[in-house]
Design a protein around this ligand. Structure first.
Ligand SMILES: [Zn+2]
Ligand SMILES: [Zn+2]
Length: 551
């Protein structure tokens, strides 16, 4: 809209919003059909690495300079790949989405070793709505390249999966274009990680150029691979980061060449950080020594198993008849063992963001946290502690500074030169939703205000005058009071600051009326409908409240 707005014209604009949208929900969820949001996940890229000037990452530095960068992004527990990619698309932690491994935990009958199965349907694995589900349901188009916990998702329009199918649409387009051969796709897994990252990037470029999705989720693996093998911040790690920077540049070039960049937002994230390791601990060896686990001729049998998640491990008691007794015994055996920093029981799980066994068949009975320099292993034979010559891992508790991830946003809707403080990866999904003009309810995070506020101002420049005039009221006296509507929001934003009572039956409405009265006293011809039209375009947390009122 043009800048030279008269008072009359912006009043008209508000009136139009009010009358054109009987359910004001439509006014605040102005869907961005022309928008493209590209999320690129650089697996295992630690936040602390960005502080090192030796990193060969000119593209990432440019995006951070021209957009927004967070000091760090907190992952969820366990700090491994699938749980965190799932948190970034659902906005909830593992206690709700229930993805605890890089796959689905399945437990054989009779005490056999539990297995992790990656190729299980997303519907079976992910217990929360995702941003791509919501975008798809709203009529937007979605795409994924090498994203995880997404197998057979019905709400993805175009895809090039982790294991490509030579008969798939995008795969056929790439074969026809000479980018890759059918034979190379058939033997995809046998190639190098760096080559796979290259082909995945070519696939993302193909999807952006030919199909122009509203949302593309894209995941690159080579840095994680390298950091595991050679350790983070090793010479190999720097080279992998340079390679990733080139992949990001390739996507940026596609956006610019195709003109998509005019209305595209690029979000660069990682799923977790990394630590160097020196020792491996093998808790199943202790279980074997205590007679809880035995190796049979064909397979192992046990009353309990420990599964490694790198810097943490999860313990499953597989003998239901002795569960209480065994949990106590395991706690005793493992507490104080070399390299075990702490043993967490089910009572600690809500605080860790993990599901409890009563609510999820994925939930363990105990969680072990390793001390720095140690990592867990699954082996049940040999020594309890072994040495690691060189290498790294993740999976340590999400409060560990070295596990923090990266977040950089650039392009349409992103203000220039913004330094965000420490954010949570639960904020990623609601922020994508806001950029697409969608809304995610019942999430643990919230849209990042410094980004969303800017976006809303852009939405209607005529309303900037209104915003300036009313903002102090909304921020300082009313906003938080209105946010008291849900327990989740109260946790996010602190104690309500409104001087007026907020009733249980009509949450927030008292405050809505108070804002309205102030508006009228200052000569603004407002009514309750105006509130719905005006406030959704103004300030993020008011938007939340107004939606609750409507429901
Ligand atoms: Zn990862
Ligand atoms: Zn990894």
């Amino acid at each position: 809209m043009k800048r030279r707005a008269t008072l009359l014209r912006w009043q008209c604009a508000i009136a139009m919003i009010v009358f054109a949208a009987p359910a004001f929900l439509h006014a605040q969820t102005k869907m961005q059909k022309g928008r493209t949001v590209v999320v690129i996940s650089l697996d295992g890229f630690p936040a602390y690495a960005l502080d090192d000037p030796r990193l060969p990452i000119p593209t990432l530095r440019k995006l951070a300079r021209e957009g927004a960068i967070a000091a760090s992004m907190r992952p969820v527990n366990p700090t491994v790949t699938w749980p965190n990619h799932t948190a970034m698309v659902t906005g909830v932690d593992a206690s709700e989405h229930q993805v605890l491994f890089n796959g689905l935990l399945t437990r054989p009958n009779g005490g056999g070793r539990p297995s992790i199965e990656p190729w299980r349907d997303k519907e079976l694995m992910v217990h929360a709505p995702t941003i791509y589900d919501i975008a798809h349901q709203a009529g937007l188009t979605t795409a994924q390249v090498d994203w995880v916990a997404i197998y057979r998702a019905k709400t993805i329009t175009w895809q090039f999966p982790e294991l490509p199918d030579p008969k798939g649409l995008i795969e056929r387009e790439m074969i026809a274009a000479g980018t890759v051969t059918a034979e190379q796709l058939r033997t995809f897994e046998d190639s190098s990680q760096a080559w796979q990252d290259q082909i995945w990037t070519d696939a993302a470029a193909e999807i952006l150029e030919k199909h122009r999705p509203n949302l593309l989720l894209f995941h690159l693996l080579t840095l994680d691979d390298t950091n595991h093998e050679y350790g983070p911040m090793s010479a190999a790690s720097f080279t992998a980061m340079a390679s990733l920077d080139s992949r990001v540049k390739q996507i940026l070039d596609v956006l610019e060449r195709t003109g998509l960049s005019r209305n595209a937002t690029l979000i660069i994230v990682s799923d977790h950080g990394f630590r160097t390791v020196k020792h491996r601990i093998h808790p199943n060896v202790l279980l074997r020594e205590k007679g809880l686990l035995s190796e049979g001729p064909s397979q192992s049998k046990a009353d309990a198993w420990v599964l490694s998640e790198g810097g943490t491990a999860v313990v499953y008691v597989t003998n239901p008849n002795r569960k209480v007794e065994l949990v106590a015994e395991l706690r005793r055996i493992l507490t104080g063992a070399e390299g075990v920093d702490r043993v967490y029981g089910v009572e600690d799980f809500p605080k860790l963001g993990l599901p409890v066994p009563a609510l999820s068949d994925q939930a363990p009975d105990l969680v072990l946290a390793a001390t720095p320099d140690y990592m867990f292993s699954n082996e049940s034979e040999g020594d309890f502690v072994t040495q690691v010559a060189v290498g790294g891992t993740h999976g340590y508790l999400n409060t560990d500074p070295k596990m923090q991830a990266i977040f950089i946003a650039w392009g349409a809707g992103i203000p220039r030169g913004i330094h965000l403080n420490h954010i949570s990866n639960l904020d990623v999904a609601p922020t994508i939703a806001a950029l697409l003009g969608l809304k995610m309810n019942q999430v643990g995070g919230h849209a990042i205000q410094q980004i969303v506020k800017h976006e809303l101002v852009n939405d209607s420049r005529k309303l900037q005058q209104v915003k300036k005039r009313w903002r102090w009221r909304i921020e300082s006296r009313y906003c938080r009071a209105m946010v008291v509507n849900t327990a989740r929001q109260r946790n996010q934003l602190g104690t309500p600051a409104c001087s007026r009572p907020v009733t249980e039956e009509r949450p927030g409405l008292e405050c809505a009326h108070a804002v309205l009265r102030s508006a009228r006293n200052q000569g603004y011809p407002a009514n309750i409908s105006d509130m719905h039209g005006l406030l959704p375009l103004d300030w993020g947390c008011i938007r939340e409240t107004i939606v609750v009122n409507a429901l």
